[in-house]
Ligand binder design. Sequence first.
Ligand code: UGA
Length: 426
Amino acid sequence: MGLVSGTGLADFGNQVTCCDIVSEKIDLLKQGEIPIYEPGLKELVDRNVQSGRLSFSSDIESSIRNSEVIFIAVGTPMGANGEADLKAVEAVAKTVAQNLDSYKIICTKSTVPVGTGARLHAIITEHAPQGAEFDIVSNPEFLREGSAVKDFLIPDRVVLGVSSEKAEKIMKDVYRPLFINETPMVITNIPSAEMIKYASNAFLAVKISFINEMANLSDKVGADIHTIAKAMGQDGRISPKFLHPGPGYGGSCFPKDTEALVHTGKKHGVKFQVVAAAIKANHAQRNVILEKAKELLPDMKGKRVAVLGLAFKANTDDVRDTPAYEIIKGLRAAGAEVRAYDPIAAANMKSFFFEDLQTFESVNETVKASDLVIVLTPWNELRGLDLEELKANMASPNVVDARNILSVDQLKALGFNYRNVGRSKV
Ligand code: UGA
């Protein structure tokens, strides 16, 4: 998020320095390499470095002194009890305070719980030189991994939580090209901006858990969840987006942000019953997929199961909170020999979760002599799977399509035993 935002801001015409305390990352960037997989990012970085508007530095102090607006884009991982861990954000605020040699805006892009702006104001006031002038701004980001560049350059809206006219004017200037394009701008106070981010992510998470539970019922009664979602989405009040059922949401955002929101609510004596239920349903959804696998292969002992897709979603190498983790764990616990494939996330899966996971370079190798295939990530490559070839490579034709990307008609015609999410009996 930091790299995409910094580069996007440079593309808007601002002079930007991207900083990190991990100097290896900065060194890579200086050599023109991108430390993460994000489509379109390398081209955007190259273009802005060449134009002279974008640079990288691990000298954080002087980068702060040379800037008028400082964006905080560090991680806010899940801490104890589900609350957001703000250690990194607070550490940055302290460093900024110690280098506050002229008026500056300190702007949070990291997802931070409501009240953090006020907390940062207090930290900076405590550590800054007497009488130093500054403003806090909240400017939450709505990037999705895999389409982050497009989301930044063509956003649905820009949210600015400000507490002074001066800060508002400067921030509008930072986003000038979007103003000219008439991108909707929501100018509000800091607590509202902070809450907009959590409200949006939590609502989307609720939508996913909702459609997953609808899909689970559809499987029992012979209904088709795709038709249901489509018809629901034709109601303008609902919208068709984020009504795709699957193995439950993962990634670095929804799981931690929903937990953090419930925690913030508790702190203020407010029950978030709907969001808490969405979290519970999401955990259970991993198990729903495992149960489908067990329906097709009741005794997994010594059986070969191929898992296709390890990333939490397509177009990313990110495996944080990926459904594949719990599902592989469950398959192994049932005695299966698990083989796995992902076009780019296999290395991350091995280094973060299963050092001994057998991964392969192609789908064909992975599925060889397998008794069951589970499709877990909706990569385009998997959407185009040759099902005839798949069947020929397998020992027995059992497929769980946890993303509903394989043609039911073809699966039927080829004589597969299959399960999907919400269309298994259609
Ligand atoms: C999410 C939000 O969509 C972004 O707006 C937000 O900026 C970001 O979190 C963040 O807070 O930084 P991201 O986690 O990258 O973005 O990915 P999404 O596309 O939202 O998908 C999240 C999870 O939900 C994935 O596991 C995906 O497979 C799942 N999903 C999504 C579904 O199961 N069904 C759907 O219909 C949509």
